[in-house]
Design a protein around this ligand. Structure first.
Ligand code: UDP
Length: 362
């Protein structure tokens, strides 16, 4: 087990699962403990075939980002010193990614960043700073799209270290759609036309005003709206006393990946502030409204699958326009690659672990 794969949240588990499967016995899975609960972690580890991680860091947490990153950095440093991996893989833009890249880099262990080069250029987003820090520390940057590679090169990253692999979400989505679902985990699809919504980003959940706008927007949609409630959003609704804004919506706890995708695939429209859903909508061929100030995934907008609904725009009006058919036909094919990203990333990691230069091999 000489390839350490670090993850701490739902999207990292989903997008690293295909890489971990291909690495087989080589993969040493390390969960930072950031989302270590059944809803956001356990059901994904089981369904996506990762099972119990090799290591689950304890004591990681704290109220501030600094505390979270610092405690994870210390715990990962201890783990890597105890048993030094040949290479460390991190994915995306969470605090776990920043800590994983720092711990490896400071010990001189090569870092592969999966989903490198995304930029929203919105420095108020914690994820943006995690992306920039991780980009600065990584040795191999696996960019999902040519646009991501251009972003990195614009920051002075040596183009020879940037490999456009596509995003592992393509194969993760196809695998989860094919995953058998028992009646206990599947969500019965509403009888008529319906919309699937998710929200959890701080910009939509940290103030009563922002959360009210999103919930009111969903209530104004002229179709059944299934709102899959992230634990963070559930807590915010309780904190601000906004439970009354849920009436008229079909509210369910966040399901696992296969159940989510099956429901989303047959929806008329998705409304979300999620990063991963912006990619998945291009594989599913379902239109998406991105309820955010900015996006680091302009490819989904450019391909016509997604539209950015900034705070000055009316969510219900935009949604109803799509439902009335004003969005036009969506193109076939995803801008996030052909489903070979995980294979390429596993090969790069294996080359490094075997002492080969992966940048020569690609
Ligand atoms: N997802 C899920 N169940 C849900 C909502 C989302 O499995 O109820 C999946 C979704 O398919 C996507 C991932 O979670 O692959 C996105 O994670 P999240 O929105 O937490 O993070 P982000 O992508 O915004 O970083």
């Amino acid at each position: 087990k000489d390839v350490a794969v670090v993850f701490g949240t739902r999207p990292e588990i989903i997008k690293l699962a295909p890489v971990i499967a291909l690495l087989g016995d080589r993969a040493r899975t390390i969960h930072t403990g950031q989302h270590y609960d059944a809803e956001l972690s356990g059901q994904f580890l089981t369904q996506l075939g990762i099972g119990e991680p090799d290591e689950i860091l304890s004591g990681v947490g704290g109220a501030t980002r600094g505390q979270q990153i610092a405690t994870a950095l210390l715990a990962l440093t201890a783990s890597f010193e105890r048993d030094r991996p040949a290479v460390v893989i991190v994915q995306g833009d969470t605090n776990a990614v920043s800590a994983g890249a720092q711990a490896a880099n400071y010990l001189g262990i090569p870092v592969i960043h999966v989903e490198a080069g995304l930029r929203s250029y919105d420095r108020a987003m914690p994820e943006e700073l995690n992306r920039v820090v991780t980009g600065a520390l990584s040795d191999v940057h696996c960019a999902a799209t040519p646009h991501n590679a251009v972003n990195l090169e614009g920051e002075g990253v040596d183009p020879a270290r940037v490999i456009v692999t596509g995003n592992t979400i393509v194969e993760a989505t196809l695998a989860s759609l094919a995953h058998p679902l028992d009646s206990g985990s599947a969500i019965p699809a509403p009888a008529g036309r319906y919309v699937v919504a998710t929200t959890h980003r701080p910009e939509n959940t940290d103030t009563a005003e922002a959360l009210t706008r999103v919930l009111e927007g969903l209530r104004g949609i002229e179709a059944e709206v299934v709102l899959l409630l992230h634990p963070r959003t559930r807590a915010a609704i309780e904190r601000f006393g906004l439970e009354h804004l849920l009436s008229g919506l079909t509210v369910l706890p966040s399901p696992g990946h296969a159940a989510f995708l099956r429901l989303a695939a047959d929806a008329s429209l998705l409304v979300s502030d999620s990063g991963g859903v912006q990619e998945e909508c291009t594989v599913l061929g379902v239109p998406l409204l991105v309820v955010r100030r900015s996006t680091e995934r302009p490819e989904s907008v450019d391909s016509g699958h997604a539209r950015l609904i900034t705070p000055d725009l009316d969510i219900a009006e935009a949604a109803n326009a799509v439902l009335r058919g004003f969005a036009g036909d969506l193109p076939q094919g995803s801008p996030y690659g052909d489903g070979t990203a995980a294979r390429q990333i596993a090969d790069i990691a294996t080359d490094i672990a075997e002492g080969l230069d992966p940048l020569d091999a690609v």
